[in-house]
Design a protein around this ligand. Structure first.
Ligand code: G4P
Length: 285
């Protein structure tokens, strides 16, 4: 199975609505935090955001670093920095890097504060919103940032009813509802990465096709981890042969002694998504 043949059935209707909502929300903030999945820093980026940012400062937060290949994460960080972006790595499950993220947001806001000061505006809080594709960890980050800071700043005009600003640090207010960026699927490679990391629902792609590509990729880029975890050996990254070996060892067998491929697929996917299999980065820096 070639990744170029990987297909996602999707419906573009939602995208226009999501974009309109984000345009409205971005007008209300001073800094935007774009959350990316460290396992797929490229595939979890949405180019539409640049169009709606309107020159607002952006901070990139690479989340789920606990699940990504640490060496590749560092390469990605370097790449983002080389492109002039403010970036930090975080792990929202443990809270690692979240303090640094606040500092980075404050630094990114400095030019805005200077502009206000020139106009004589003092002590105005910096307003921030978090955006990202589904399942990247936006709500987990918001919960972490809000933590015990239950203090609700105030309702502001223009914000959808029910949305509020929450003080998360001195002079820093966060919009309590994240902006959902609709993932882009036009490139099959990106669709595959989004599918494997759980950013898109399983009913819009063929799980067996996706896992076949995943096994081939891991067998090519991370063969030793794959061999060690499943206790198997292979010379060539032939995904079907590898899945047969895994299935035999793990007892994924149907009546009549036939391999139960669906069970192997389920097993590999679970091991990959829980990072039990190892820490992997699917997007090459
Ligand atoms: P969202 O608002 O962007 O849609 O994402 P949300 O915070 O709901 O997080 C999605 C899942 O990712 C959650 O798992 C959450 O615990 C997990 N998650 C968030 N940040 C991190 C991180 O830094 N590291 C790891 N390992 N996981 C993280 P969940 O509730 O179990 O959902 P699911 O994984 O079953 O979809």
């Amino acid at each position: 199975m070639d990744v170029q043949d990987f297909k996602i059935q999707w419906f573009p209707g939602h995208m226009t609505k999501a974009r309109r909502m984000m345009e409205t929300q971005i007008k209300l903030v001073d800094v935007v935090v774009e959350m990316l999945d460290s396992r797929i820093p490229l595939s979890s980026t949405n180019p539409m955001l640049i169009e709606v940012l309107q020159n607002k400062p952006k901070v990139v937060a690479l989340n789920k670093t606990d699940m990504a290949d640490p060496a590749k994460t560092d390469l990605w960080i370097q790449k983002f920095k080389n492109n002039g972006l403010a970036v930090c790595k975080i792990d929202c499950n443990t809270g690692k890097g979240v303090k640094q993220l606040i500092t980075t947001i404050q630094e990114a806001a400095k030019p805005v504060i200077d502009k206000w000061l020139k106009k004589g505006v003092k002590n105005r809080p910096i307003r921030v919103m978090i955006v990202g594709i589904p399942n990247v960890g936006k709500s987990t980050l918001i919960n972490r940032l809000v933590g015990k800071n239950k203090v609700v700043a105030s309702d502001r005009p223009g914000v959808t009813r029910g949305q509020q600003w929450i003080t998360i640090a001195k002079g820093l207010e966060l919009l309590d509802t994240p902006g959902v960026l609709w993932p882009k699927f036009d490139d099959p490679e990106i669709g595959f990465c989004l599918a494997m990391t759980g950013a898109i629902k399983e009913d819009v792609y063929d799980r067996n096709d996706a896992v076949e590509i995943l096994v081939e990729r891991l067998a090519t880029r991370y063969p030793e981890q794959l061999k060690k975890f499943y206790g198997i050996d292979f010379d060539t990254p032939d995904p079907i042969a590898i899945m047969e070996k895994i299935g035999t060892l793990r007892g994924c067998i149907k009546a009549g002694g036939v391999l139960d491929l669906n069970k192997v697929v389920q097993l590999v996917l679970r091991d990959f998504r829980t990072a039990r299999l190892g820490r992997f980065t699917l997007d090459e820096p």
